[in-house]
Design a protein around this ligand. Structure first.
Ligand SMILES: *Cc1c(COP(=O)(O)O)cnc(C)c1O
Length: 486
């Protein structure tokens, strides 16, 4: 190819076929590639590749098309899309945390397609208040005077910290043992600082008692904060005072006391079949905490949201804070949360299963084994070795890090390509399937695979290991990593 024979954008577009992306994006990629070729043929520096090095693009027409196609495929894979979660991590932060299920999807569909009474009071015909009904349900679920909702639990924390430190009192008293990092980029000390609060640490990393809190209180104290350690736990010589003891100190000294519960188990974890206890918002509020906050998309099993529940006077003041407006939820979130919270309420008073995430946690292991056997039979003709193993699934999302859930994996070892190649092929499938590698097997944990996905899973594996595949998988494979800490 010479400068004169650089192909037209149209010619490359034709050769590409019809990628499933907006044409404007495709055209931009083609033009960018042709510009690189033009520069390299005229001896100009070709510019920087994405990796940062100088590139001299191969000007061959097929190579041009192949490079554009590869970039478009990468772009396409970055579109938000459904995946099959075969990791066994139920609240997988990288995979969208709680799956919402059909009842919530139907509610979303209805509210998305039409107008709604988001801020319109159908009783009076006047302007209404956003989220009134879901707040009512949440207050009941948490045994609280009142409740409200913001974008996520981090936002709930920032709102409360800003609100209670906006006057002269700036100090937030917190145990040194709770100055933790919860998941990606969420550090309690940083959140405090951005909120304009002054950190007042008490106790030591492993031991804090109620007197430590009492001694730290001063006329500068804005509030006492207790934070669930989530994905972090300590053993050995450890002591922290119970919520009730701190609440007694807070009450005596008239200081607001807030507890960040993180995952928000609104039913007893024992009722989900989990061995380790997790404080419920209702239980914590009963011990004298003024306000609690927790996530909507962890153990509650709903959409991303931050729930604040507790004393009516405080919740009302938070809702009147001008900053609340910047954190308010969209109608789709409120619709999804409303359906989730209704199903939580149903589950607490009947045999209803509750949100989909609860059903996944409670699926009997025998049921998982039966499905694994079915899947294995469906793959009998495929060129791979398979076996069924016992496994330990996890809650994830920083919730109950020590708690394992008995589970079953379907393990695969393809005959004609390395197991990492199979993992890559499955990740590249439609829908993508995400499992994990262990001991030379690709393990697919059925605890997090929805039963209605079984057929698609089998089809994905079948097309990932076609019999005619070359005997050796070549090329570099980006196995990727996931980080489900929170
Ligand atoms: C997960 C978690 C958060 C953050 O919740 P988001 O809803 O993701 O913002 C805050 N605090 C604790 C203790 C958590 O576990």
């Amino acid at each position: 190819m010479t400068r004169r024979t650089i192909p037209s954008t149209d010619k490359v577009l034709k050769a590409l076929g019809l990628p499933e992306l907006p044409r404007a994006l495709v055209v931009t990629e083609v033009r960018r590639e042709l510009e690189l070729v033009r520069r390299s043929l005229s001896g100009e520096p070709a510019g920087r590749s994405q990796a940062g090095g100088e590139v001299d693009p191969d000007p061959d027409f097929d190579a041009v098309v192949a490079r554009v196609r590869s970039r478009l495929e990468n772009l396409c894979r970055s579109r938000l899309q459904p995946v099959i979660n075969a990791t066994g991590v139920i609240i997988h932060t990288n995979l969208g945390r709680a799956p919402l299920g059909p009842a919530v999807a139907a509610a979303l569909d209805a509210v998305a397609q039409q107008y709604s009474n988001l801020e319109f009071d159908l009783n009076t015909g006047n302007r209404g208040s956003r989220g009134l009904y879901v707040e009512h349900c949440l207050a009941q679920l948490c045994g609280a005077g009142a409740a409200t909702v913001v974008n996520n639990c981090a936002a709930a924390l920032v709102l409360m910290l800003r609100h209670f430190t906006q006057g002269d009192r700036k100090e937030v008293v917190i145990s040194r043992g709770e100055l933790v990092q919860i998941g990606g980029g969420f550090r309690i000390p940083d959140i405090l600082e951005t909120s304009g609060a002054i950190l007042r640490e008490v106790g030591t990393t492993n031991r804090t008692d109620a007197d430590d809190y009492a001694r730290a209180l001063s006329p500068q104290t804005a509030l006492i904060l207790k934070v669930h350690r989530s994905n972090f736990f300590m053993g050995g010589f450890v002591e922290s005072p119970g919520t009730a003891d701190i609440a007694a100190v807070a009450r005596r000294r008239r200081v607001p006391f807030i507890e960040d519960l993180g995952s928000g188990a609104v039913i007893r974890t024992g009722d989900l079949g989990l061995a380790d206890p997790e404080p419920t918002p209702a239980g914590i509020l009963k011990q004298g905490v003024d306000l609690v906050c927790f996530s909507g998309d962890k153990l509650l099993g709903g959409p991303q949201a931050g729930i604040i529940a507790g004393r009516t006077r405080f919740v009302g003041a938070l809702k009147r804070d001008p900053f609340f407006r910047a954190l308010r939820c969209d109608k789709l979130i409120l619709a999804a949360l409303q359906t989730t919270v209704e199903s939580c309420l149903e589950a607490t008073s009947s045999k209803e299963p509750g949100p989909l995430a609860w059903a996944l946690i409670r699926t009997p292991v025998g049921e998982l084994r039966r499905r694994a056997e079915q899947l294995r039979a469906a793959l009998a003709e495929s060129p791979l070795e398979s076996r069924i193993s016992r496994a330990t699934a996890r809650i994830g999302g920083g919730t109950l890090p020590r708690t394992g859930i008995e589970s079953i994996t379907l393990d695969l070892k393809p005959s004609a390509l390395p197991v990492v190649g199979l993992a890559a092929q499955l990740r590249d499938g439609n829908p993508p399937v995400i499992g994990h590698l262990a001991g030379g097997w690709l393990r697919l944990d059925l605890r997090t695979v929805l039963p209605e996905q079984d057929e698609k899973l089998a089809a994905a594996v079948r097309s990932a290991v076609p019999p005619h595949r070359p005997p050796c998988f070549t090329g570099t494979v980006n196995l990727g990593t996931t980080d489900e800490r929170g």
